[in-house]
Design a protein around this ligand. Structure first.
Ligand SMILES: CCCCCCC/C=C/C(=O)SCCNC(=O)CCNC(=O)[C@H](O)C(C)(C)COP(=O)(O)OP(=O)(O)OC[C@H]1O[C@@H](n2cnc3c(N)ncnc32)[C@H](O)[C@@H]1OP(=O)(O)O
Length: 657
């Protein structure tokens, strides 16, 4: 087994009722009983006493095998090609609406099939092209553009964006014209047109933000929005594509049903007291791309009035030494916009003379404490006995993280555990066996969502690992920007899947490789090693060790160090422009204009590329784009608007949003 082998496992344990045949070299059956010795870390005798059985398990190939979800990976063209080949011949029911094969009016299965020149979905949609179905920020928000030709055979220009909003409780969708859309099992139809094929709303579940007393701002997507293979020009046939594609019938809602609340969108502050738009910061007029004059507005602009009711304006008292206070970021150079405005995050604030303002919210699984004066939240896992990552836990994790993302007062988050000696025991094994396929789908979506959200968070993330952290627990730590571990040698961390007889999904592996390097990851994965804290530090799996009692303080200090970086936490960053589909930095603190965004470890100016890409995509309004990295450049493969559109779009967002 090589660590770079394809994600499909060589074998997986199966139960006798499983219809999938696999090499059953998994957990051994207890002698004579027919029962599986499971969980595998238990002694056989204990398992035998319980007579435990291992039923069918979810296969990791349910994770879309071609969807190279790691934003740090290389070019994806090969993966997309695999997608296309693999999806050819798939039943249409299994294809997502964005699949080329689905981009045709209903009832005309062959006409307009994508891949045929001039018709159907195109890689790079722009005004005037045949239309496309475009995913929005998540399954709850789909921007729809009608496709191809109308029923009379006339070419149809892309229609104005239509937003459809699902009502999960009624299993139906409402478009922005107030009409209910019916489902046909493959996608949504409106007037006989396939207009979208997004994920099935989950009628059994209430909107996420209304769960567990979280309050919040309406339904939010649980699924990863931008890693689906189908979003990158291929068709994702995977059962568990992170976007949640997969069809399924949608019930028609009764007419006259009340409208669901508008979906909250990432990066947009939750509804609250309406904040007046700054009159000084209206969008700039479009600038000709050929103009030799800088397209950026003069800087500095007059300061905005305070825009958050929580955040007082910075004090006007001069620094006693006459210089700019060191905690305040100097104004960006001309041509560089304070993207904190674009990203909706509060600028760094000076230390408050008042007692620290703290807020806390909690659910069954996680306690979140936000120190508003520092802009730092602590998420404490509190799901005894071992903080296993159950579906509920993962859901609450995503909700908590998203709440913090949307909280302008929060710029960094420390992840730690409230359970003694355990950071997290990893994925909850009981979620992976003896459940329905739908449950597995939901569970794995949540696992991926957790990873995507954490990885692509634009907050600084620090893991304060105060206990053992096997497998999925290790993944959480790996996904953070920085890892500090309690120096107790009894605490261990690693991807130990091989010891359980299972294979870490490829995106676990990728994340691991990114942190410890190829060879260490390879041998560690092959052996399923759990590294005691000192060894984990030696191999670079954790960044530093500290005595347990100092863990919190050290994590806070590291966080402050990170938040002091320009750009991190949303103070300012480079403006990026798009040329020929590639994004190029046009300047930023410490960043040379014209330099490409570097790819790989380290990142630029304190930003890792994954995070940068998300921020830039958000600023450019192309969150739905696939993001690719190649060599030392990074860009959007697909729908990134051309430069003349992108730059003014960025400016207007930065200046006026
Ligand atoms: C088929 C393909 C699937 C591919 C998936 C690949 C990706 C998988 C990722 C994963 O994360 S798999 C999970 C891996 N996790 C582990 O291997 C952890 C195993 N657990 C331990 O090593 C220990 O339990 C511990 C975390 C070090 C804690 O040890 P401690 O002695 O303090 O407690 P225990 O008595 O062992 O356990 C207490 C209690 O908790 C239950 N439990 C432990 N881990 C899990 C878990 N991951 N999921 C669910 N439940 C878990 C354990 O069974 C005990 O239960 P009870 O006996 O009290 O009922």
């Amino acid at each position: 087994m090589r660590c770079c082998s394809p994600p499909r496992p060589a074998w997986v344990p199966t139960c006798s009722s499983s219809t999938r045949s696999r090499r059953s070299t998994g957990p051994a059956r207890a002698a004579g009983t027919g029962a599986w010795d499971w969980p595998p870390w238990r002694s056989r005798s204990r398992s035998r006493q319980r007579g435990s059985t291992i039923p069918a398990m979810l296969l990791p190939d349910a994770v879309c095998p071609h969807s190279t979800a790691s934003p740090r990976l290389g070019p994806r063209a090969a993966g997309d090609e695999v997608h296309r080949r693999c999806c050819r011949g798939q039943p249409r029911e299994l294809l997502p609406a964005s699949c080329p094969g689905m981009a045709v009016p209903l009832g005309e299965p062959e006409r307009g099939r994508a891949g045929r020149a001039g018709q159907g979905r195109t890689e790079r949609g722009s005004a005037g092209q045949d239309g496309m179905v475009q995913g929005g920020a998540g399954p709850w928000d789909h921007r729809i553009i009608k496709v191809g030709k109308d029923p009379q055979g006339h070419r149809v220009q892309p229609a104005p964006t239509t937003t459809i909003t699902p009502n999960p409780e009624q299993g139906a969708w409402l478009n922005n014209k107030g009409a209910w859309l019916s489902g046909n099992g493959r996608g949504l139809t409106e007037g006989g047109w396939l207009i979208g094929g997004g994920p099935t709303p989950r009628p059994r579940r209430v909107p996420l933000t209304s769960r567990a007393g979280n309050g919040g701002s309406g339904p939010r997507p649980l699924h990863g929005a931008d890693r689906c293979g189908a979003q990158r020009g291929g068709a994702c046939s995977a059962l568990l594509c992170p976007r949640g594609w997969g069809g399924g019938g949608l019930a028609t809602a009764p007419r006259g049903s009340p409208s669901p609340p508008p979906p909250a969108r990432r990066g947009v502050p939750p509804p609250g007291p309406r904040v007046p738009r700054c009159p000084l910061h209206a969008p700039c007029p479009p600038v000709s791309p050929t103009s030799p004059v800088s397209p950026y507005p003069p800087y500095p602009r007059p300061p905005c009035p305070p825009i958050s009711p929580h955040i007082p304006p910075p004090p006007q008292t001069p620094c006693p030494r006459g210089a700019a206070p060191p905690h305040l970021t100097p104004p960006p150079p001309p041509g560089v916009l304070p993207l904190s405005q674009a990203w909706g995050r509060a600028p760094r604030l000076p230390p408050s003379p008042l007692p620290a303002q703290r807020r806390a919210f909690s659910n069954n699984k996680i306690l979140v404490e936000l120190d508003e004066s520092a802009g730092v939240a602590t998420m404490k896992f509190k799901s005894p006995p071992v903080n296993s990552l159950s579906l509920d836990f993962l859901t609450e994790f995503c909700i908590s993280l998203e709440k913090l993302e949307n909280d302008r007062a929060c710029r960094g988050v420390i992840l730690t555990s409230a359970v003694p000696k355990i950071f997290s025991s990893g994925l909850d094994i009981t979620e992976m066996c003896g459940k329905s396929t739908e449950h597995y789908a939901e569970f794995w979506r949540a696992v991926q969502e957790m990873w995507l959200r954490l990885y692509s968070s634009n907050m600084v993330t620090v893991a304060a690992v105060n206990g053992s952290s096997p497998a999925g627990g290790c993944l959480i730590a790996l996904t953070c920007d920085y890892r500090i571990m309690a120096e107790n040698p009894k605490f261990s961390i690693g991807l130990n899947e091989a010891q359980l007889g299972i294979v870490a999904p490829f995106w676990f592996k990728d994340t691991f490789v990114n942190v410890v390097g190829h060879r260490v990851a390879e041998s560690s994965l092959q052996l399923g090693s759990l590294h005691p804290a000192p060894e984990a530090h030696r191999i670079g799996l954790v960044d530093e060790l500290v005595p347990e009692e100092k863990l919190k303080d050290r994590a806070t200090a590291v966080m402050q160090q990170w938040l002091a970086l320009p750009g991190k936490g949303g103070t300012s960053w480079a403006v990026t422009e798009c040329r020929n589909g590639d994004l190029t930095c046009v300047g930023g603190p410490g960043i040379e204009a014209g330099s490409c965004v570097s790819v790989g470890t380290g990142g630029v100016g304190g930003w890792e590329v994954g995070k940068l890409s998300k921020a830039v995509r958000a600023a450019l309004g192309c969150e739905g784009c696939a993001w690719h990295t190649a060599g030392r450049s990074a860009g959007c493969a697909g729908r990134l608007p051309p430069a003349q559109l992108a730059v003014p779009a960025l400016l207007s967002r930065a200046g006026g949003a």
